[in-house]
Design a protein around this ligand. Structure first.
Ligand code: UDP
Ligand code: MG
Length: 313
């Protein structure tokens, strides 16, 4: 018997989503039946402590991946994505805030030839506070990450599965998938999708997400600009600081020996030494980062480029 080969794989992370699960499955199922392509529905239970898992009993079709404990939304996406067999992958949240009825909009963009299509919660139904933070994050992302989309935090996204041949998800990076994939040359688009208020359960995030998101953005900025040669950043700035510090020290020596100035009361010699030391440190970071990056590419058996296809004619 040949294995069932879905075209669409729907991946949903669930952490304490009782009250949402059955309705979510019903809506996804309904949307997929309308589309009429072979599909699978994958729920990833991220260590729920409520009745989420019980509520999945009897739902069909369903693949349920259960974590031993709560590992976080990104991990849940990763596990779901690795379990998926379809050509096209759709992710969405399990709290009914995303609408499965929007899936055809994403698919239409995929059919236009894009590899990643991100939902844009044009009419966001979240608290003022959340929208405020999200607005700030989106502005910063525009500067640091440059993925060209408005709303990276929207979980409703579609991908060609080949996107994930080369990407593992860590930390809370699922929010930056379009950015990470754009870096590898995948074609990214966005479509406006609807958004609903959360009715059952509560949000799983608080202000800490803003801090993590900020740090993640800097990491992606670094990755975007320097992942191939980190020594260009560290070595370059290290060299600059060392030279600056040396300049300051030379100037101090000239003042002392030619003009007989007393240096013991002055700050500049300390500043000079500080710059030289920090500069040398940065340079050494650069050398170490260079080794780490080489190892990274080597251990993953890949290079810093990504091939779309190889044609033999
Ligand atoms: N989620 C998860 N693991 C977590 C936190 C969240 O699987 O540790 C799931 C959650 O069940 C929901 C989705 O990720 O399906 C988005 O979470 P939430 O709605 O709390 O985020 P918000 O919409 O408030 O940004
Ligand atoms: Mg939500």
């Amino acid at each position: 018997m040949t294995e069932y080969q879905p075209y669409l794989s729907i991946v949903v992370p669930l952490y304490n989503e009782e009250g949402n699960v059955r309705e979510l499955h019903r809506r996804i199922h309904e949307a997929l039946q309308k589309i009429g392509k072979p599909f699978e529905i994958i729920f990833v239970d991220d260590g729920s402590k409520d009745k989420t898992v019980e509520e999945t009993n009897g739902l069909s079709p369903l693949t349920l991946v259960r974590f031993r404990k709560n590992f976080g939304q990104t991990a849940a996406f990763d596990a779901g994505i690795k379990a998926a067999k379809g050509e096209i992958l759709i992710t969405l949240d399990g709290d009914l805030q995303n609408d499965p009825a929007d899936i055809p909009l994403l698919l239409a963009k995929i059919d236009e030839g894009y590899d990643v299509v991100s939902g844009w919660r044009f009419n966001r139904k979240d608290t003022l506070m959340k929208r405020f933070f999200s607005r700030g994050a989106n502005m910063l992302r525009k500067i640091l990450v440059k993925d060209g989309i408005h709303d990276s935090g929207c979980s409703l996204k579609a991908y060609r599965t080949e996107c994930f041949r080369e990407v593992d998800l860590f930390g809370e990076m699922h929010r930056f998938m379009p950015a990470l994939l754009a870096l590898d040359g995948f074609r990214v688009a966005e479509v406006k999708v609807s958004h609903h208020p959360r009715i059952h359960g509560t949000t799983k995030y608080n202000w800490k997400r803003a801090v993590k998101g900020f740090v993640d953005m800097i990491a992606i900025w670094f990755w975007r600009k320097y992942s191939y040669r980190p020594i260009h950043l560290f070595g370059g700035s290290g060299l600059f600081l060392s030279l600056l510090g040396t300049g300051v020290l030379v100037w101090m020596l000239i003042e002392k020996f030619y003009f007989g100035a007393s240096l013991s009361e002055r700050l500049w010699p300390l500043v000079g030494i500080f710059f030289v030391l920090i500069g040398v440190q940065l340079f050494i970071y650069g050398l170490l980062a260079d080794i780490v990056v080489r190892n990274y590419y080597h251990s993953r058996g890949r290079m810093n480029y990504s091939i779309r296809e190889v044609r033999k004619q």
